[in-house]
Design a protein around this ligand. Sequence first.
Ligand code: ADP
Ligand code: MG
Length: 609
Amino acid sequence: MTDIIQVLPDSVANQIAAGEVIQRPASVVKELVENAIDAGAIDIQVIIKDGGKTIIQVIDDGCGMTETDARMAFERHATSKISGANDLFSIKSMGFRGEALASIAAIAEVEVKTKIHNHEIGTFLSVSGSQVTKQEPISTQSGTNILVKNLFYNVPARRKFLKTNATEFRHIMLQFQRVALAYPEIGFSLIHNKSEILRLHKVTLRKRISHIFGKSIDQQLLPLYNETDLATISGFIGNPDAAKKTSGNQYFFVNNRFIKHSYFHKAVMKGYERILSPQYYPFYILFLNVDPETIDINIHPTKTEVKFEDERALFQILHAAVKRTLGKYNIVPSLEFDDEGSVDIPPPPNSGAEVKIPEVEVNPDFNPFSQTKDQIKKPPAGWEQLYHAFENDVPESKNTESPENTMASSGIEPKEAEGMNNNLIQVKYKYIFTPVKSGVMIIDQKRAHERILFEKFLHAQQQEQGFAQHSLFPQTVSLDPMYYNILTEIQDDLNQMGFDIRAFGENTIVIQAVPADFSHFDPEETLLNALQEYQDTQQMNFGAARERIALSMAKTYSIDYGRELTNQEMRELIDQLFACEVPNYAPDGNPVISIIAMDEIEKRMTKPN
Ligand code: ADP
Ligand code: MG
């Protein structure tokens, strides 16, 4: 019998390895820019075409490579940065695995021009599908110029999974921003489809932050510095006023490498405890400098996760440093959040103090009609009126459907809402409790409103009939390029929903009008929040762009927890909720309604035997 085991050809092995390192154009950008930084560049240019699908080019003025090194660089495990396993524990450079260039060359067409400073002649090299196709001396500027064309040209399955150019470019922006934040002393520029998106001169970190996030952020920055034996922590944390309802602008860098660290994130959030309302995220950019021997950055191929030797101690240090910084700027917890004996004050986030409500599924077979006639209470006064107000709010086509029909299809019976009468109690400014025939119904106020707005926004688009508009004194807003980019993508949809937003030159827009219902919101802030939400839903795999827009808008404009509701507002909220197509679930799938069944209550009230 012949032997059947074969060693995979290098090109195939590289292609497989590439899957780990290179997920999308943004990963190529990250690897190439990191190489340029390791090469000591002080000016790095990134040129992108078609979201990086056609062209990714990185030009640096770093040390360059010799002819041999240029060729070697494309071999797997070729690295100039470590030479033995021991070096792994003292890595100071960005790269060290020697995989990136080999991986990229396995799945794209690559051309390199490189020259060592003071050398007369440089090297040109082209590699495709892991094969060197050309090598020759050329005259070129000092440094390295790498051009990556047609990413995944030979791996159609991967190419097919790339998202739209705009989306891929947004990923590139995110990677680019992270590196640019970590290296303010390096100049960067980013060009997409021939237009310059960002040009960042070498500056201080503080200036770099405002170049990236917009000038208005500057006044929100509180400098933080803390030095201990374990780590030096430096950077900025945001004034709580600047906190957003969406996460996204929280950055940790360890030895200048961007990382995600949920445990340290908690440490920072704990520092803001009782200062920030629940659901708000502060801005922060924090640099942890630690002895490389106390961390393990090798646990994840894309290297955004890092293991620390002393996480608990660092947690405490970080938490204390954040608290101290806030204290220094006189930002201290307000007294009203402290225990003052009032039961209705919302608990501070993550305090665990909240009473847990037993999870009870909505019972689809539940039928409030089974109650006898005289048990049915009369609809509350003003019901029609409130409902009428709502009718005027919904798009045309829905008016032809009776609310009963839409409710029936949702599993909640029509008379359920009616049976609830005026017994509405707001608990912890978060839930609405109301007795129903089968027990107690609990409605999450924020999620309920999200569902209502979501359907409203969605229909406004489908019928191309927006909300009434409320014109503003035109507001000019300069957006950071990433938001601008998102905005241009969804501008038409927003305008259908009752906004009037126009592009106004470089990264600037003018808001002329907002949907009338939302005229009391700050237009700039809410728009930014909505754009950030939209960005965040990207990771959620959440349906079509339109749905994502509706979701983002619903999340942004929905009433929050902690907001006191009048009886009439609760009433209206519930009426509108039960007129929705899917009242039981918020657009992101979280339950809106829960019923604690009578049985369950009785069980709890029975003496155990
Ligand atoms: P790693 O960065 O992990 O060492 P790479 O595959 O990214 O692996 O790069 C391989 C080697 O090629 C690097 O170690 C470095 O010596 C060289 N190299 C890559 N990019 C550049 C660049 N822009 N300038 C100079 N040398 C480079
Ligand atoms: Mg590298």
